[in-house]
Design a protein around this ligand. Structure first.
Ligand code: NAP
Length: 248
């Protein structure tokens, strides 16, 4: 039976865990051939590959460190060589390094790595992918509600890295629209088992949400899958809030 993404090739960055893994599963379920990246979770990456192949899906994992933007062209070449093309890019991989701007003991090397991973690395992947994305291609960048309204202390660097890549994605919508390629942002909310489950972050954020609960990663993956689907053909340059009503 034909699924909405049959015949499409997707690349999900950071597919070994959390939202990325949920997105790999869902896009494969909807018929796409799915490549995904990871950097250190080799065992988890292989487990996702085995799981999706076990359900009849076509999937492959690629080790690629997004903190090194020079690796992006080789990654895209590998994906295209493996699957024969590229239709959907999901920019999901990111890290979160907390800390206030006046912290005298700030781990600036870790903060620099975060900016490289969340911003420069994503730009490099969008640049490389946009050269090969086929007509009706999709770019979907995962961001956070903090990119629009910071809301809590200690996340200035993280919020800035995400706000930057949001604007870059919307710029891509303008540049690539004439080729029929859409580019959108999904602002994710706090998720079960994700990067922001330290009790202090949860406590600070939960009270600000209309829904007053954390998300199942599959609820955010559904928003990504919508933007990847034929149903979203006229949606571009949009920021879709999937964060439980943080801005309501
Ligand atoms: N979790 C939340 O509450 C929350 C809230 C709002 C927005 N978000 C956003 O949602 C997205 C997913 O978050 P998550 O919580 O699912 O993350 P996560 O569970 O921490 O997983 C991060 C994924 O990114 C990969 N990754 C990290 N650094 C990488 C690098 N240098 N190169 C390649 N891959 C790298 C990881 O690979 P390895 O497994 O190999 O390390 C992993 O697959 C992120 O963009 C995040 O900013 C999350």
């Amino acid at each position: 039976m034909s699924e909405p993404l049959t015949g499409k090739v997707a690349l999900v960055t950071g597919g070994s865990r959390g939202l990325g893994a949920a997105t790999v599963r869902l896009l494969a379920e909807q018929g796409a051939d799915v490549g995904f990246t990871y950097v250190s979770s080799e065992k988890q990456a292989h487990a996702i590959v085995d799981e999706v192949r076990g359900t009849g899906g076509k999937v492959a994992a690629f080790r690629s460190d997004q903190a090194d933007p020079s690796g992006a062209p080789a990654l895209i070449d590998e994906v295209v060589a493996h699957f024969g093309g590229l239709d959907i890019l999901v920019n999901n991989a990111a890290i979160s390094v907390p800390g206030t701007v006046d912290d005298p003991d700030a781990d600036t090397a870790a903060l620099d790595r975060m900016h490289a991973t969340n911003y420069l690395g994503v730009i490099a992947i969008i640049r490389a992918a946009s050269r090969v994305l086929r007509a009706n291609g999709r770019i979907i960048t995962v961001s956070t509600g903090f990119a629009s309204r910071v809301g809590i202390p200690g996340v200035a660097d993280y919020a800035a890295s995400k706000a930057g890549i949001e604007r870059y994605t919307l710029g891509a919508a303008r540049d690539l629209g004439p080729r029929g390629i859409t580019a959108n942002v999904v602002q994710a909310g706090v998720m079960e088992g994700g990067m922001d489950t330290e009790p202090e972050v949860l406590e600070a954020v939960l009270g600000t949400l209309s829904l007053q609960r954390v998300a199942d990663p599959r609820e955010i993956a559904a928003a990504i899958a919508f933007l990847a689907s034929p149903a979203a053909s006229y949606v571009t340059g949009a920021v879709l809030d999937a964060h439980g009503g943080y801005n309501a």
